[in-house]
Design a protein around this ligand. Structure first.
Ligand code: ZN
Length: 1031
């Protein structure tokens, strides 16, 4: 009666399965074990049917009485039915629910599986998971035995399962908390009333005849079958070519909610448990998991190998991982005896492409152990390089998985930016072994607690590896702070802690706000606290919550305690709630006091929610509830923050030391030491704070004069910060358009990379707005004028053989500056730069030797393709196919999008989507890069709309990719006509695309507004730039 109501055929989402695979997936594995099982079942079934015949008359009456209720309940649980039930059905349901509540108070009326969260009546303690993996037909079958502790008496065991075909379910009582087995007759078997899946919440429900008792232990056994997915989720397959032979591997991606696609489990981060995994598979494959193999055996007559992995520590389900592949590896050991292995394609391992990552991982484990003062928890750490992955990498405990491009380094052809990116991904994932694996955020609303830390430590950890790169003090500003303030300055942004309930919301929390704003807030806090106290607080936090979960308040408490231990009484929770529960950030305006009554060494400081566009700002003042989470009460009409503002004063030759002022009110007055007419003020020293600073125009004028005469007085970080703030304040309408243009007039004096990088980012933003306007050359000429002198002075890199294989040693700052200048010069149209690029390409074609220095190859390829004829495009296309170095492949592909020829661009777009010539994960990249090409913009925008259904079906769930795509093809739209096209598109097809479309709409509205309000003023300034004072 009601033994199995699930219909997995209907619930399996076949979206990722191409026709080619559909057949093999349906074929179930035929092993000897399976034959025996089937045989046993037949015998048992026969016996049961005879028994049924004998007793059928006796139970007929009972059955007929209970039949109606059962069938109705089964209907509720069955897949596919919940959505199609008509109103008649639902009123019947409500009626019967009311009856049950009223008359019997039946617990079943509660139906805990209808809540999006697990009910919490039982907790898993340990999972014994046995899987047989069939790589011949890409299926697997499994048995999981979960030791459960009952918290509250219940008849229901509700857990997660998605796309699994459940065979058998049984429950036994294990005894008291000590785990004593029950000696009751029947061996402690609990009778299962029924079990069914509830696909709407990806849950599986086991209903028992009798209640489970609190404080007692039980064991739930479930056996199931499933397909190894083609989508990059759950347990999925991937392939690569070795010596012209296609090879397969299968690997897991469980974060955030895909463990349930591989085995029935309590798939919320809070339900930590230990895991013992056993994997059986064909012996030509190797298997890996979080822990080392404990025992290995050749089991059945098929000659299968069975690996039993050691028991894990307590951890969340989404960190469990395994892989079945025929990779090879290199290994090393840390001083404390942790074995680190890097697994990859055999050809990558033998070429040494994994050695760099292996080497830095060893150093990083040591670094983090010293910094956090907590040992790495597992005996080994494997890094697995896979050809396909939905993210750059995933920090599974002891088995971190990376997409090849983020871990394999071919030193001879890789640029330093490729190396830097790769390094940071590794640093990020290793940090997660503590912030994530060891201490896990309680729930997804605070995913930034792990992602913000890992992103912040990318910079701290890279500084440890390469102190000269100055990542945390410099590169952090342009790549994190400036980048995220663009997004967080929109009214479509959201608080960093977001309420998340539905499974579908969970993917959305992994966005730049979580990563980059998280990192920026942590950096601000670390600077307010000072490193020793910050470190002490983190140590205490990790020790207190290891092998467990933590919420943001747990962190704030530990950090406040660390502060109090030094007599500094700051309520960090109160301060940080302002930053984490409210969206956006303030613009702090500092003005020298103009009042007659007060002496001039007072300043007025005010704060205001920074938003792009005056109209947006006035609308938002009356819309406060949307801007902040419900947990924060504020009486004012717009947002306010507790701002740690550092200020210094300076004049032509010196700058005072900084002092910290807390700004809690909308407007405050502060005493600031001696000032006269030539003294300037500078706020947010070294840009450690997460806010923008504006000044009165006289102060901007003094700062600009200072930069022209002696920029070094102001720190590199603040020079970059002034540039970014000025451009964005002007764009948002807080400053006249001429101020940032006047400011970058000092760039010919600038010798450091970072301010150039900040300027170049701001200029490319403007370029997207302007490059289809008539007066564009006024802008590009002005940029080239700033660039020319430094570009000619720095010249082009030489390709001396001494550099080969030694890119770690070259001066990163110089190389990056040289690269930045070449990029600006070539893309804004410097003739000499064009000639040089063309000469390099011609030399490559005629000699078939690539003598282009790796660090600037992308610029040269792109410039060559855009200026030269179709043969060059074909040449690059051919090289794209023949190269095996992943970094080189990527920039060759991107270069193909630089062509002026829309016929070629169209061909490329079509080829990437419809053939397998372009790797699937690079398709989005191709479309975005076509959109970056001014000649390709209309094409990319049109193509995106035409192919949206295909793209959304393929990448819709990978929201990061999806939102990059949407912003990539819309951010340059800036006419009323294009705005209307976007609105039409959103109306007709934009349902369910997440927050990316509303954000795109706001950006395009901002672009149109900027043209309407500011373009004239902007070009007017360029036609007659006042010099040197402000206009
Ligand atoms: Zn991460």
């Amino acid at each position: 009666m009601g033994l199995n109501d699930s219909s997995p055929g209907a619930m399996r989402n076949g979206r990722g399965l191409s026709d080619q695979w559909a057949e093999s997936v349906v074929v179930r594995p035929r092993t000897t074990e399976r034959h025996i099982t089937v045989h046993k079942r037949l015998v048992l079934g026969f016996a049961l049917s005879i028994l049924t015949l004998i007793i059928v008359t006796a139970v007929a009456v009972v059955l007929s009485v209970r039949f109606e209720e059962c069938s109705e309940q089964n209907g509720e649980g069955a897949a596919g039915e919940s959505g199609s039930r008509g109103s008649g059905g639902s009123s019947r349901l409500n009626g019967s629910k009311g009856e049950r509540n009223g008359e019997r108070g039946d617990e079943e009326a509660v139906q805990p599986w209808r809540n999006s969260r697990l009910p919490g009546s039982v907790r898993p303690r340990h999972y014994d998971l046995r899987l047989a993996v069939y790589m011949d037909n890409f299926t697997f079958s499994g048995e999981v035995s979960i030791e459960l502790e009952c918290i509250n008496a219940t008849r229901f065991i509700v857990l997660h399962a998605d796309r699994l075909e459940v065979d058998r379910v049984s429950v036994t009582a294990e005894g008291g908390p000590g785990g004593r087995p029950s000696n009751r007759p029947g061996g402690g078997v609990m009778r299962v009333h029924r079990h069914f899946s509830f696909p709407a919440n990806q849950m599986y429900v086991v209903v028992l005849h009798r209640e489970l008792k609190p404080m007692r232990l039980y064991r739930l056994n479930v056996s199931f079958d499933a397909a190894i997915e083609d989508e990059l989720l759950g347990f999925f397959r991937s392939s690569y070519t070795l010596q012209r032979e296609k090879r397969y591997l299968a690997v897991t991606q469980f974060s955030p909610i895909h463990a349930r696609k591989a085995f029935p489990c309590f798939d919320e981060p809070f339900y930590k448990a230990t895991f013992s995994l056993t994997l059986g598979h064909d012996p030509q494959y190797t298997s890996l998991s979080n822990m080392p193999v404990e025992s290995s055996s050749l089991e059945d007559e098929d000659g299968w190998v069975t690996n039993r992995f050691a028991r894990t520590p307590r951890m969340s389900t989404y960190y469990l991982a395994w892989a079945v592949c025929n990779f090879t590896y290199r290994e090393t050991q840390t001083d404390s005896g942790v074995t680190i292995r890097l697994y990859a394609r055999p050809d990558a391992i033998s070429s040494g492409a994994g050695d760099y990552a292996l080497h830095i991982t060893k150093r990083l484990l040591g670094f983090y152990q010293d910094y956090f003062k907590v040992q790495y928890s597992l005996p080994k750490l494997d890094l697995l390089a896979v050809p396909k992955h939905p993210y750059a990498a995933m920090e599974n405990w002891g088995l971190s998985v990376f997409v090849e491009q983020k871990i394999l380094l071919d030193a001879e052809v890789s640029s330093s930016s490729y190396q830097m990116e790769l390094t940071m991904v590794v640093v990020h994932e290793i940090c997660h072994q503590w912030f994530g694996d060891l201490v896990t955020p309680m729930w997804w609303e605070d995913v930034w607690l792990k992602e913000g830390f890992a992103h912040f430590f990318e910079y701290v950890g890279t500084d440890f590896l390469f102190p000269k790169w100055n990542m945390e003090k410099q590169r952090f500003l342009t790549d994190v702070l400036h980048e995220v303030m663009l997004v967080d300055g929109l009214s479509s942004s959201h608080p960093i802690s977001q309420e998340v309930e539905q499974a579908t919301d969970i993917n959305r929390v992994f966005d730049w706000i979580a990563y980059k704003k998280g990192a920026a807030l942590i950096r601000m806090l670390a600077n307010v606290m000072g490193q020793p106290l910050f470190q002490r607080g983190l140590n205490d936090y990790l020790l207190s919550h290891m092998y467990s979960n933590a919420a943001r308040d747990d962190l704030w408490n530990k950090l406040s305690q660390a502060m109090r231990s030094e007599g500094r009484d700051i309520d960090i929770g109160e301060m940080m709630d302002r930053w984490t529960l409210q969206m956006g950030y303030p613009v702090i305006t500092i003005t020298k006091n103009q009042s007659e009554q007060l002496p001039t060494h007072y300043i007025t400081v005010s704060q205001e929610h920074f938003l792009y566009g005056e109209e947006v700002r006035s609308n938002n003042r009356f819309n406060r509830s949307r801007l902040q989470g419900p947990k924060l009460n504020s009486t004012s009409h717009s947002l306010q923050w507790q701002v740690p503002l550092t200020v210094a004063v300076g004049n032509t030759s010196t700058m005072s030391s900084e002092r910290l002022i807390w700004i809690n009110n909308r407007t405050e007055m502060h005493r600031i030491g001696q000032m006269d007419d030539s003294t300037w003020l500078l706020g947010n020293i070294n840009q450690t704070g997460y806010f923008r600073v504006n000044y009165d125009l006289q102060n901007w004028k003094l700062l600009i004069q200072q930069l022209h005469h002696n920029p070094e007085i102001i720190s590199v970080g603040n020079r970059a910060g002034l540039i970014d703030d000025a451009f964005n304040l002007a764009r948002a309408g807080y400053l006249p358009q001429g101020v940032p243009l006047q400011l970058i007039g000092y760039l010919p004096e600038e010798t450091s990379f970072l301010p150039w990088h900040a300027a170049s980012r701001a200029l490319y933003q403007l370029d997207k707005l302007l490059d289809r306007t008539e007066e564009y050359s006024l802008f590009s000429d002005y940029v080239l004028k700033q660039v020319a002198a430094r570009y000619h002075q720095m010249g082009w890199p030489t390709n001396s053989p001494g550099n080969e294989g030694n890119i770690l040693q070259v001066s990163y700052q110089t190389e990056e500056l040289q690269r930045e200048l070449i990029m600006l010069a070539c893309s804004f149209g410097n003739k000499q730069c064009h000639r040089q690029a063309v000469a390099y390409i011609s030399d490559w074609i005629s000699s078939n030797k690539n003598r282009i220095p790796p660090n600037i190859r992308d610029i040269v390829y792109c410039t060559g393709v855009s200026l030269m004829d179709e043969d060059v495009w074909e040449f690059i296309w051919m090289k794209f196919h023949s190269t095996s170095a992943v970094s080189e492949k990527k920039i060759l592909l991107e270069a193909l999008t630089c062509s002026d020829n829309t016929f070629l661009l169209n061909r490329l777009l079509n080829l990437s989507l419809t053939s397998d010539l372009v790797p699937e994960q690079d398709v989005i990249d191709v479309i975005i890069h076509v959109g970056r090409n001014p000649q390709g913009r209309n094409l990319a925008w049109k193509y995106f709309r035409e192919k949206w259904d295909v793209l959304n079906a393929r990448y819709g769930e990978a929201l990061f990719m999806n939102s990059n795509l949407i912003s990539g093809v819309t951010e340059f739209l800036n006419t009323e006509k294009e705005l209307n096209e976007l609105k039409e598109f959103i109306q007709s097809s934009g349902v369910g695309a997440g927050p990316a479309l509303p954000r795109a709409l706001e950006i395009v509205e901002g672009n149109v507004r900027w043209h309407r309000l500011h373009r004239r003023q902007f070009y007017q300034w360029l036609r007659k730039p006042p010099s040197p004072a402000l206009g």
